[in-house]
Write a protein that binds this ligand. Structure first.
Ligand SMILES: *Cc1c(COP(=O)(O)O)cnc(C)c1O
Length: 394
């Protein structure tokens, strides 16, 4: 049985080792807040990497319930899975952007996906699939405006645009989008931000002069959506922010941006025992008890996505009190020094959540592990069951 307390967070269900509770009402609220913030632009819900660990399908469905009409994934396989699960072209445009040679271009056309093209090889493969299927493509041409990752460099841009327009004139495709991606939007004032916006405007101006009439121009990710209104153009692509995690923790906690964390990770205390002082704890004995104390065994480890970098650093809350991981995080479990406290075996251990019970957040774990909160939530492993609550419909 799942029990909900007054703040809407759920308690760990009976008999469960560990779980990630996913608050879909928070997801819906975040999307609503983000849409209000962008006003004149549309919003794309980015659900790549299994919805940053939250579950791509339930999060995409909740986004649709919140009125979102654009879904984004990295790989075509992720996009095709959403179509196969019933998110048809009548319900959402789905853009996927990480293509490799031999990728499923024909399947993408049959499923009416929006397809990103970053270079000539992709245009060639796409046009072969158009000839094979007889289905014209919906293309978003991607410019590398400075990230140095995917997208066409400025010196390759005119050729790519011209080749796409020739195919458009032949009825093989429509260039519906011109887009790019930021390198450092999470560092307000970083000089690359304005340089990328200038490069984007240059790429757009070329395309428009050449005859492209893009339905959507887009460059903003979560940090740009929150801090750079002039970068919103026609569409913003939000991932992390819709999951209620702050993409710029130095600038604000989720609540400062009107967001609520969606994922709460908890486990059930598997053992509490008394040990003498000087006792080594976990692999390599990187921790020794400073005196006689109590240890608690938490049955999640790096196979569940708890970073090994959280050894002797990650915070947890048990019965209202914070403790720190003692010694190494192992594959399946870690230990906390309870300092003589004796919480009950089976007590809920909160690793991170929305903070409303005073527990740590994903940002706290990121800080403890020297990484970003994106990685904390996204890497929660397949062995941890997700439990959904607060969905708008069924
Ligand atoms: C992941 C990704 C996003 C979303 O980024 P967030 O910072 O999580 O909002 C947007 N666009 C592209 C190309 C991405 O790869």
């Amino acid at each position: 049985m799942t029990t909900a307390n007054t703040t809407g967070t759920t308690m760990l269900a009976d008999g469960v080792r560990a779980e990630a509770a996913i608050d879909l009402s928070a997801l819906n609220g975040n999307l609503t807040a983000l849409r209000e913030r962008v006003q004149h632009a549309d919003l794309m819900a980015v659900v790549k990497a299994d919805g940053y660990g939250h579950g791509a399908l339930p999060c995409a469905l909740e986004a649709l319930a919140a009125g979102v009409r654009w879904i984004g994934t990295a790989t075509p396989e992720e996009a095709l899975a959403l179509r196969a699960a019933g998110i048809g072209p009548d319900r959402a445009r789905i853009l996927c952007w990480l293509w490799t040679p031999g990728g499923p271009f024909a399947a993408a056309l049959r499923s009416q996906l929006d397809i990103s093209v970053s270079g000539q090889w992709a245009l060639d493969e796409l046009l072969a699939a158009v000839r094979e299927t007889g289905i014209p493509a919906r293309v978003h041409l991607k410019a590398d405006t400075g990230l140095g990752r995917n997208g066409a460099q400025p010196h390759d841009w005119p050729d790519l645009v011209d080749a796409a327009l020739r195919a458009q004139a032949a009825g093989q495709l429509d260039v519906v989008g011109i887009w790019s991606h930021f390198a450092a939007a999470d560092e307000p004032g970083h000089p690359s931000i304005q340089a990328q916006l200038d490069a984007f405007d240059t790429a757009l101006a070329y395309a428009e002069r050449a005859g492209v009439r893009p339905e959507v121009r887009h460059i903003a990710n979560s940090p740009a959506t929150l801090t750079l209104p002039h970068a919103h153009y026609d569409l913003v692509r939000t991932g992390l922010a819709m999951y209620g995690v702050s993409p710029i923790p130095e600038l604000g906690a989720p609540a400062d941006f009107g967001l609520r964390p969606v994922m709460s990770l908890s486990a059930r205390l598997a053992l509490v025992k008394q040990v003498p002082g000087g006792h080594g704890v976990s692999y390599g004995h990187r921790y020794h008890t400073p005196g006689e104390t109590t240890l608690g065994l938490v049955p999640v480890g790096y196979a569940d996505g708890i970073p090994r970098h959280g050894s002797s650093a990650g915070p947890v809350q048990i019965a209202g009190k914070w403790y720190t991981v003692a010694g190494r995080v192992a594959m399946d479990q870690f230990v906390v020094d309870l300092g003589g406290d004796t919480p009950g075996i089976g007590e809920e251990v909160l690793l991170f959540g929305n903070g409303e019970r005073g527990e740590p957040t994903a940002e706290d774990w990121a800080m403890a592990c020297g990484t970003i909160a994106y990685e904390i939530v996204t890497r929660i492993g397949a062995r941890v069951p997700r439990r959904y609550h607060g969905a708008s419909q069924g």
